[in-house]
Design a protein around this ligand. Structure first.
Ligand SMILES: [Zn+2]
Length: 340
C-alpha cells in the first residue's frame, strides 16, 4: 500500500494485493469490505491485473463497469492472460470486471447496494459498496494513469451503433487529445455527448482532472455482439500501440472514425407510453426531423392504435431500445449529428 498517492482525498478501506509500481506481471484483487450475514469480516474481491516494464505511460483499461455489458470483459480477460512484461514499455492496469458483483449477476446495478457505479463517482470512502470502490478507482488508479479506456456496450436497455465516447468539453486541448485517442482506437464513430446525467460517471471524473479518457458503446441488448467485440479487441491493441506501450497499430482497412455530436436533449427520444417498442429503422439510418421513429403497442387494448414517436432532430440513428418492452420515460431512440 506504500505506493498510494499522497494526494488521495481520504484513506480508502479497499486493500489492494498488487503493488502498482512493481515491474512484472501481477494478478491480484482489490478487496472491498462487505460485512453481511454469511461473512462478518467479508470482502468482495475485484480482479486487477498489472503488467509493467521499463519506463513509459500508464494505460488504465476497464471492463465490466456495467455487468450486463460483455465485450469489454472478454477483451480484457484475453489481454490480461496474454500480455507479458517483455512486450511492454510502461504499465497497463486492467480491471476486467470493475463492478464485480454486478458482473456476476449480469446486471447494470449492484446486487449489494443497488447503485450504478457509473453514477457513484468520484465516490465516497465511507459510503456504500459502489461508492467505496469508485473512490478507490478515482483516487488511487486514475491519478497514476496517463490515459483511461472504460469499455461499455449499451447494456440490457439499449442497443447502440458501435462507437467510442467522450463528453463535449470546454477544454479544447483535452478535446483534441481525446479525439486523437479515439482515432487511434478506430471505432466507426466517436460520439461527443452531453449526457442526460453525466455528473457521477467515471468518464466525468477523469475529464475533470484533465486526463485523456474514453468510454464506448459497442452494442447492447444484454448479449455479446460480434462486431462490437471485434472493435474492442482491435481498439485496445491500437491504444497500446498509439501510446507506445506495445505492439504496432492494426492498419487493416477500416473507415476513419467519424466524429459525431450529441449536443442537447433534442437528440434523445423518451417513450410517451409503456408497451412494446417497434423501431422503424435499423441503427445507422440517417433520419429526418418529423419522421416516425417507431411505435409503442399497448398490449392491454387491442382496439387502440399504437402510439407513434417522431424524431425531433435530423441525424444518424445511433441508439434504440435494447429489449422489447419499454416504460414511459425510457429512451426509445437517440440521434447524433455530424461534427463540422
Ligand atoms: Zn455501460
Amino acid at each position: 500500500m506504500s505506493e498510494k498517492p499522497a494526494a488521495a482525498a481520504a484513506r480508502s478501506k479497499v486493500i489492494a494485493d498488487v503493488v502498482l509500481d512493481r515491474p512484472g506481471k501481477q494478478f491480484g484483487y482489490l478487496r472491498v469490505p462487505h460485512s453481511h450475514d454469511e461473512s462478518a469480516w467479508g470482502a468482495v474481491a475485484i480482479p486487477i491485473v498489472v503488467v509493467a516494464n521499463g519506463s513509459g505511460p500508464t494505460l488504465l483499461l476497464v471492463g465490466g463497469t456495467h455487468g450486463d455489458e460483455y465485450e469489454g470483459q472478454i477483451t480484457l480477460l484475453d489481454l490480461a492472460r496474454t500480455l507479458e512484461p517483455n512486450d511492454v514499455q510502461g504499465r497497463v492496469i486492467i480491471l476486467t470486471a470493475h463492478h464485480f458483483p454486478a458482473c456476476l449477476a449480469g446486471t447494470r446495478t449492484s446486487p449489494i447496494d443497488g447503485r450504478d457505479i457509473n453514477r457513484a463517482f468520484p465516490g465516497d470512502p465511507s459510503g456504500s459498496f459502489a461508492q467505496v470502490l469508485a473512490h478507490y478507482v478515482a483516487n488511487y488508479l486514475v491519478p497514476i494513469a496517463d490515459a483511461v479506456m472504460d469499455i461499455h456496450s449499451g447494456g440490457r436497455s439499449l442497443d447502440c451503433l458501435p462507437c467510442t465516447m467522450s463528453h463535449i468539453l470546454d477544454d479544447a486541448a483535452l478535446t483534441e487529445r481525446t479525439l486523437a485517442l479515439a482515432r487511434a482506437f478506430g471505432a466507426p464513430y466517436h460520439v461527443m455527448s452531453r449526457e442526460v446525467d453525466g455528473s457521477g460517471t467515471f468518464q466525468t471524473t477523469c475529464e475533470s482532472r484533465g486526463l485523456v479518457a474514453m468510454s464506448s458503446e459497442l452494442g447492447g441488448g444484454n448479449r455479446i455482439q460480434l462486431p462490437g467485440l471485434e472493435i474492442a479487441e482491435r481498439g485496445v491493441r491500437n491504444l497500446l500501440a498509439y501510446l507506445g506501450i506495445c505492439g504496432v497499430r492494426d492498419e487493416r482497412p477500416t473507415k476513419a472514425t467519424q466524429v459525431m455530436l450529441l449536443p442537447d436533449m433534442d437528440c434523445y427520444h423518451f417513450a410517451p407510453a409503456s408497451g412494446i417498442y417497434r423501431p422503424f429503422h435499423p441503427l445507422g439510418t440517417w433520419v429526418k426531423a418529423g419522421d416516425p421513429a417507431g411505435t409503442i403497442y399497448d398490449i392491454s387494448d387491442p382496439a387502440r392504435a399504437p402510439t407513434v414517436v417522431h424524431f425531433k432532430r435530423s441525424g444518424l440513428l445511433w441508439s434504440t431500445r435494447g429489449q422489447g418492452r419499454i416504460a414511459t420515460g425510457d429512451s426509445c431512440s437517440v440521434v447524433v449529428v455530424a461534427k463540422n
